[in-house]
Design a protein around this ligand. Structure first.
Ligand code: SD4
Length: 326
């Protein structure tokens, strides 16, 4: 055997599992080097504070990071003040509220729902897709039918008083223009790591206000609004979904971290990439990213000023202003 082949064989045996009969090496799962001092949770915007509190509380009860990120964002899905998440969110151009959500764990399991109506907790429906179907994504009426089959309550299709008022106002001109950092940029993305280095993430939104009927944003698209990998870390996004989808934002950040960038460097590079692919409209675009790596380092960066996030551990939950490109 040549020296080179001997070396390759030794390297593979040292770092990977060889499955008999399959000529392929699988990487061994490497737990985080972060010491066992409890979970670390990040989530987007001001509503991240109560969402993180709910997530930490869930974690204390179940010890599960995926329970934490699901239960955390369910809090925001019920927040009647929030016009960008849940059934109280602003509707599309036809006056119908449609929801997008995704959930992912660090072993590659993931589920999402897109363009779904009348389901109060799309994040739990996304988790059901992940755990109870062979699929990753269900959309529209199929997602709603799946919700019914799983016993999810189906809500009356009626705008909240706040959303109805805003929609009536919008209809006077029917002009759609994204507005930076206010109610149409309020998705919650949450990423977390447990004390053993396992990651999970969730993302849920009613999407852009007054979008075209059928429009789906980045939040339910694995790799765009959310990506999680136990070997590296996790990332999530908020902002104008089209700009984030164009660069596979969350996947890009995780891959940059895999190549050795810190979470902060990776978020900054993703924003630079986003700007380079969306130059024409950049003054009107806000997008923000959050990331954690397996050392427990965090990163946050946005296109425009105004993005913030909440960071929680067992003993602390604080709001932090992100830096931005402009
Ligand atoms: C979307 N990314 O549907 C979502 C909207 C958003 O804060 O993040 N709002 O494009």
């Amino acid at each position: 055997m040549s020296q080179r082949r001997k070396f390759i064989k030794k390297t593979l045996l040292g770092s990977a599992v060889l499955i008999p009969g399959v000529n392929q090496a699988l990487p061994i799962f490497q737990p985080s080097s972060k010491p066992a001092d409890g979970p670390l949770i990040l989530s987007t915007w001001n509503h991240g504070i109560p969402a993180n509190a709910a997530a930490i509380n869930a974690y204390k009860q179940t010890g599960s990071i995926v329970d934490a990120v699901e239960i955390g964002v369910k809090d925001t899905e019920l927040d009647m003040e929030n016009l960008s998440v849940g059934l109280q969110g602003l509707p599309d151009r036809e006056g119908i509220t449609t929801l997008d959500a995704s959930i992912m764990t660090g072993d590659g399991s993931c589920g999402s729902v897109a363009f779904v109506r009348q389901v109060k907790h799309p994040i739990s429906l996304a988790r059901a897709v992940m755990e109870k179907t062979p699929h990753v994504m269900l959309a529209g009426e199929g997602a709603r039918q799946f919700a019914i089959s799983q016993g999810f309550p189906i809500e009356e299709e009626k705008l909240s008083p706040k959303a109805q008022k805003a929609y009536d106002e919008w209809k006077k001109t029917s002009k759609y223009k994204p507005v930076i950092n206010i109610e149409n940029h309020d998705t919650i993305g949450m990423i977390g790591m447990d004390d053993k280095g396992n990651f999970a993430g969730s993302c849920t939104t009613s999407g852009l206000a007054y979008k075209m009927h059928g429009r789906v944003g980045d939040s339910p698209i694995i790799g765009a609004g959310l990506y999680v990998d136990n070997e590296v870390g996790a990332a999530t996004a908020t902002g104008l979904g089209e700009s984030i989808i164009r660069i596979c934002g969350s996947f890009l950040i995780v891959e940059l971290m895999r190549q050795g960038r810190t979470p902060q460097e990776a978020c900054e590079e993703a924003v630079r990439r986003l700007i380079s692919k969306n130059r024409k409209d950049i003054a009107d675009i806000q997008a923000g990213f959050l990331a954690i790596n397996k050392e427990g380092q965090v990163g946050a960066f946005a296109v425009q000023p105004g993005f913030n996030f909440a960071q929680a551990t067992l003993s602390n939950n604080e709001l932090i202003d992100s830096k931005s490109h402009f």
